[in-house]
Design a binder for this molecule. Structure first.
Ligand SMILES: Nc1ncnc2c1ncn2[C@@H]1O[C@H](COP(=O)(O)OP(=O)(O)OP(=O)(O)O)[C@@H](O)[C@H]1O
Ligand SMILES: CC(=O)N[C@H]1[C@@H]2OC[C@@H](O2)[C@@H](O)[C@@H]1O[C@H](C)C(=O)O
Length: 377
């Protein structure tokens, strides 16, 4: 078993998630408490972005629209990349100190970076963050750039977490058909059939539109527990129009860029109705995933920040027609599932094991990915 740290900075631009797991790249080490619940896979940590950090990253997303070749860093992208690398380094250093660990005790770090460009149709997905610089500073091997090989081989470059979802479902002893839904800025689902086959894809928007809406209308970063949405009524006409977007009918694999849909679509509505409409949009887009399921999940496990939105969960419960539990309720970590996944993926990468599959990204054949940096290089 290897000890690996995974680092994730997601599309919500809230901060860096850090998680340690033990894995050989196939199985994940889990422990159960005396009452049968899963113990945490390992310690976790978090480094929040400051308002200034977030402002630079938001500008980086705008400046990245000019990127035509993946190594280009126009506008503030260079500065943003340095910031991302530094804050991830600090996040790991703090994490190690808090947990009494030394760098020598960690085999590898999986470094997702910050996605600034995701255009699979143009064979381009760019995550800023310098894996080599991070490795040198930490004195630990770092695997980064985990989407590129898949994109080059004709895949969507996302989602990457399904192979981890399956390993965790196996470790947890699930045998029935399962849906795992991660609701971050964008939402993605992994469907695991009873025979173990996986199908994964982005379902549509997650929290990003709701966040953008709340920020514009109220100055708040999010709709806490969906309270604003719960006070409004979804605009059914607008929803129907949104859901005819060809993305939802398209057969998976498919992935979505954070900015493909905009909260401005709800611009005419009151704050409450707009929040209700955008929340319903996320939930119903997830329900469209059932169109593609050969063995529809009898149970859904919901993770990501969206699992803390009670109104969204209520709507999912209604539309998915299955048992819904949050990841936390079964001993998984809603907040750190992706970071744990990148720890797992890093180990798979160093072992040369596949990380993406035809059924997860549409890549022609299962392939490994990631670029390994060693401290001495
Ligand atoms: N208490 C809460 N009530 C409602 N929504 C919440 C709450 N806490 C977090 N969220 C939502 O979760 C989001 C953060 O989710 P998460 O950390 O899973 O996203 P991410 O990892 O950045 O995104 P992605 O998975 O798309 O890369 C916040 O932006 C917010 O919309
Ligand atoms: C390009 C990119 O960064 N995509 C993210 C984003 O956030 C959620 C969804 O869209 C998913 O496709 C992906 O992240 C997760 C970690 C993944 O690749 O599995």
């Amino acid at each position: 078993m290897r000890r690996a740290i995974g680092l994730m900075s997601g599309t919500s631009l809230d901060g860096v998630d850090v998680a340690l797991i033990e894995t050989d790249g196939e199985t994940i080490r889990v422990e159960r408490s005396h009452n049968g619940y899963l113990e945490p896979l390992g310690p976790t940590g978090y480094r929040a972005y400051s308002d200034d950090d977030r402002a630079l990253l938001r500008q980086a997303l705008v400046d990245a629209e000019a990127v035509t070749e993946r190594s280009e860093r126009p506008g503030c992208l260079g500065a943003a990349e340095e910031l991302v690398t530094r804050l991830h380094a600090e996040a790991v250093e703090n994490f190690l100190a808090e947990n009494g660990l030394s760098a020598a005790e960690i085999d590898v770090v999986g470094f997702h970076g910050q996605t600034v460009v995701h255009r699979p149709d143009q064979k381009m997905s760019v995550q800023i963050g310098d894996g080599q610089a991070l490795s040198r500073r930490l004195g630990i091997k770092v695997v980064s750039d985990l989407r590129h090989a898949d994109i080059e081989a004709g895949g969507q470059g996302a989602p990457l977490v399904p192979v981890f979802h399956r390993a965790l479902a196996q470790a947890s002893g699930f045998t029935e058909s399962l849906g795992i839904l991660n609701i971050g800025g964008v939402a993605n689902a992994t469907l695991i059939a009873r025979d173990g086959r996986i199908l994964a894809f982005d379902t549509g928007p997650g929290n990003a539109l709701i966040d953008d809406w709340m920020r514009e209308r109220t100055g708040h970063a999010l709709d806490d527990n969906g309270r604003t949405a719960a006070r409004g009524r979804p605009d059914e006409q607008l929803l129907a129009w949104l859901l005819v977007h060809p993305f939802f009918a398209r057969r998976p694999p498919k992935s979505l860029d954070r900015n493909w849909f905009s909260h401005k679509l709800a611009g005419q509505l009151s704050t409450e109705d707009g929040a209700a409409t955008l929340t319903a949009f996320t939930a119903r887009a997830v329900a469209r995933a059932l169109d593609h399921a050969s063995d529809p999940p009898v149970r859904w496990i919901v993770a990501g920040g969206g699992a803390r939105n009670g109104e969204l969960l209520r709507q999912l419960n209604y539309h998915l027609r299955a048992e819904i539990t949050t990841a936390d309720a079964i001993g998984w970590s809603s907040a750190f599932l992706e970071a744990q996944a990148f720890a797992y993926l890093a180990v798979r990468s160093t072992e040369g094991l596949p990380i993406t599959f035809p059924s997860t990204t549409g890549v022609r054949e299962a392939i490994t990915g990631g670029v390994l940096a060693r401290p001495g290089e």
